[in-house]
Design a protein around this ligand. Structure first.
Ligand code: PLP
Length: 226
């Protein structure tokens, strides 16, 4: 068994008991490695650049689902929408409005997650926690019929402090529960909590993550263990 297949087997075993799914982050990886993951059964992949997502989608088998996880510039929205299975990174109200408008123009419904800023670092994108419920209220009132809001996404601080990371994931998880209580009946698809990367996914799973996004942990498992 190749390294990528072995890494996937271990990760999937850990996920099965948690009911969470793996999104394999294929950015910067060679086609050969991505294909190893495909051959091992992985079907959900993610990219953080629109051009790269479109190029990989064209090169790989059509039963792959391509997710977008990067900051989405407004001039790339129209190009991305027909190709993408889920956008994890809707980080502003204006971006959601634009995705909605373009989706309606294309006659499609785009699945999205709202990205919430939970890290201490100032440079990371995302909605402020206090902006999330008012925006979901607009969604629940039917203002965004071109989108289906599937849940929340967040990235913890890039640090070694497990307590800090746990605090951030736990805060996002609480916001997710509140949102489900308030709007779950009207937003039937609101059930995903995308949190956890290679360095912190065991902590994210403890706090109820339903989707972990792993790059190096899948494709460079040896480096990740060092
Ligand atoms: C790159 C990236 C990941 C994967 O990071 P790894 O540390 O390689 O697992 C996950 N989420 C986002 C938003 C990313 O940009």
């Amino acid at each position: 068994m190749n390294q990528v297949a072995a890494a996937l087997e271990l990760i999937n075993r850990a996920l099965r008991s948690k009911g969470a799914r793996l999104v394999a982050v294929s950015k910067y990886q060679t086609d050969e490695r991505v294909m190893m993951a495909y051959d091992a059964g992985q079907r959900i992949f993610a990219e953080n650049r629109v051009q790269e997502l479109l190029a990989k989608k064209a090169r790989f088998p059509s039963d792959c689902e391509w997710h977008f996880i990067g900051h989405l510039q407004s001039n790339k929205v129209r190009m991305l929408l027909p190709a993408v299975g889920l956008i994890h990174s809707v980080d502003s109200e204006t971006l959601l409005e634009q995705i909605n408008r373009e989706s309606q123009r294309l006659g499609i419904v785009t699945r999205v997650l709202l990205q919430v800023h939970i890290a201490q670092e100032a440079h990371k994108f995302g909605l402020k926690a206090e902006e999330v419920l008012p925006l979901l209220n607009r969604c629940a009132n039917g203002e965004f019929v071109g989108t289906r809001v599937g849940g929340l996404m967040g990235m913890a601080s890039l640090c070694e402090d497990e307590r800090q990371i746990g605090k951030e994931f736990s805060g996002l998880s609480a916001l997710f529960s509140d949102a489900k209580d308030l709007y779950g009946a009207r937003l039937a698809d609101f059930k995903e909590l995308s949190m956890g990367m290679s360095g912190d996914y065991p902590i994210a799973l403890q706090y109820g993550s339903t989707m972990i996004r792993l790059g190096s942990g899948v494709f460079q498992p040896d480096d990740a263990q060092q």
